[in-house]
Design a protein around this ligand. Structure first.
Ligand code: AMP
Ligand code: DBH
Length: 541
């Protein structure tokens, strides 16, 4: 394993192999096999381009050789920040094939996040599009290069300006370093609960197992068409079953450029999509839009909703509006994924977040003292299993807290388990805001706020929101002259923070409420903002 990545203890690794979870496949090999078997079938559709498995495999070979020639080696980290374009697959599979590791940044990340990923992972290269959604990533790359000394290459899909163009990297046949199924394949990001995102090492063996199970549970096969409406670098559209699960099953991935009904509904119709994945706020928009349009959704068999809690009320409308099965998905980039099954009773599909996908997933629900609660009671979910990591990358101190001594990951989610073993997510104990599926670590934003000259102290909490589920509210104690909310937002943006982390609301206070032991009471702050919102609503009536 890559240095800094805690491995599964031998007895567990042996068991997962013996039980047939880990079958010794690698991503490089998987694509080759699909190309040999399905050759001319279309793997990926992006606008008017259709790429077959064979073509994808050939392009990956050329690029893998190009990466090697550039000096990218096995175990080198490469920060990949690509949107839903074909190059995402070419780059990732080429890196997989030579044993180099993509670090999956999201298109919404800005220089604060990217600089950190490059520095922390000691990245050899950074891969970007030229311009996407009106944002010029080459500008971002310049800022990153100014800060990160060790970054050797910036590679651009499209017009590269002073950087290297992806299309110029291709090289002739090369011998590849040997890649083992137990090797780390890439570093995925956690939503973060303490400060910055943690990096999550996933191996070929463990991740491919999760793809196989996901594809099976979602009944994917050659005829499946997965519409990728969410950014595919995120673990959910990447793997549950997502784009990689679809390729595993030999199906076809259709890349949408945006997630709005205008961009996606005609694609579902034209490409005859059979399955797609949404976060709850988007599902609400789709539900609303679908009832007033005449699009043909008859190809759609499964509509997945996950990433944040989906209300039972909205869940109950999916079947009649789209004429397909709803599947709730509760997962995490650290591993464990829960699904409602396609043939589950309606009641289960509407009111639970599913059950673990593997019979080898172990789950425990514990109270604050770490003792298991009575069945049906709410507590924190702990989990361990064949595709759940045993520790974050280079995070020894944090790992000691985030995992139990016997290797269970502390999810920070408050859940209860019903009598059939299905999970219901009730809340969260970690200091994170779930903004419609986008996770915001309170501490990360607080640290940025504290850098403002007028800010004495800061506390970021969630406030309820009908549409996103939660939004962020930053409470600030000023030093002297209180800063204006707009000024705070501009300040954070200029520090290069992704837009979804900029507080939706800023409240200036003189002091924070405290808990019995004198800690900031975020609970009291959350209650205060709810009260304020309610009295403002009353005043309007
Ligand atoms: P991340 O750390 O970004 O991988 O986000 C994983 C977290 O998202 C989980 O630990 C949950 O807090 C949350 N989450 C994911 N899916 C759901 C869901 N269906 N319902 C409620 N929370 C969810
Ligand atoms: O929110 C998530 O991180 C998530 C949701 C659903 C996830 O990682 C997954 C499925 O795999």
């Amino acid at each position: 394993m890559l240095t800094g990545c805690p491995a599964w203890p031998k007895e567990f690794a042996d068991k997962y192999r013996k039980e047939g979870c880990w079958r010794g496949e690698t991503f490089g090999g998987m694509l080759r096999e699909r190309a040999d078997k399905h050759g001319s079938r279309i793997a990926i559709t992006c606008e008017d381009t259709h790429l077959s498995y064979k073509e994808l495999d050939e392009r990956v070979d050329l690029l893998a050789a190009g990466f090697l020639r550039l000096g990218i080696q096995k175990e080198d980290r490469v920060v990949v920040q690509l949107p839903n374009i074909i190059e995402f697959f070419e780059v990732c599979f080429a890196l997989f094939r030579i044993g180099a590791l993509p670090v999956f940044a999201l298109p919404s990340h800005r220089h604060s996040e990217i600089t950190y990923f490059c520095e922390f992972s000691d990245a050899a290269a950074y891969v970007i599009p030229d311009v996407h959604s009106g944002f010029d990533y080459r500008r971002l790359a310049r800022e990153v290069c100014d800060k990160v000394q060790g970054l050797r290459h910036v590679i651009v899909a499209g017009d590269s300006e002073e950087f290297k163009a992806l299309r110029d990297l291709q090289a002739g046949p090369a011998g590849y370093p040997e890649v083992s199924p137990g090797d780390v394949a890439f570093l995925q990001l956690s939503g973060g609960s303490t400060g910055r995102s943690k990096l999550i090492p996933r191996t070929h063996d463990d991740y491919i197992y999760s793809l196989r199970l996901s594809a099976d549970i979602c009944r994917l096969d050659h005829d499946s068409v997965y519409l990728a409406a969410l950014p595919i670098a995120h673990n959910y559209p990447l793997s549950s079953p997502g784009v990689l699960g679809t390729l595993y099953a030999g199906g076809r991935v259709v890349l949408a450029q945006g997630s709005s009904p205008d961009e996606t509904f005609p694609l579902i119709e034209r490409e005859r999509a059979t399955i797609t994945a949404l976060v709850p706020p988007l599902a609400l928009i789709w539900l609303e839009a679908a009832s007033s349009r005449r699009n043909d959704f008859s190809s759609l068999q499964v509509l997945q909703v996950g990433g944040a809690k989906f209300s039972a009320e909205a869940a109950g409308r999916v079947k009649s509006v789209f004429g397909c099965t709803l599947q709730q998905v509760y997962g995490m980039a650290e591993g464990l994924v829960n699904y409602t099954r396609l043939d589950d009773p309606e009641e289960i599909i509407i009111s639970t977040q599913g059950r673990p996908m593997s019979p080898f997933d172990e789950i425990k629900v514990v109270d604050e003292n770490g003792c298991e609660v009575e069945p049906g009671q709410t507590g924190e979910l702990l989990t361990r299993g064949p595709y759940t990591i045993r520790g974050y990358y280079k995070a020894e101190e944090h790992n000691a807290k985030a995992f139990t001594a016997d290797g269970f990951y502390r999810t920070g989610d408050l859940v209860k388990v019903n009598s059939s073993g299905y999970l219901i997510v009730e809340g969260r104990s970690k200091d994170q805001i779930n903004r419609g599926g986008e996770k915001v670590a309170a501490e990360e934003v607080e640290n940025h706020l504290l850098a403002h000259p007028s800010v004495h102290d800061a506390a970021v909490v969630s406030m309820p929101d009908k549409f996103l589920g939660e939004r962020t509210c930053a409470y600030i104690i000023p030093r002297s002259t209180p800063p204006a909310a707009a000024e705070i937002k501009v300040f954070l943006r200029e520090r290069g923070l992704a837009a979804y982390k900029i507080p939706d609301r800023v409240e200036i206070v003189e002091a924070f409420p405290q808990t019995g032991v004198g800690k900031v009471s975020k609970k009291a702050l959350r209650e205060a903002i709810v009260e304020k919102m309610m009295s403002a609503a009353d005043a309007r009536q």
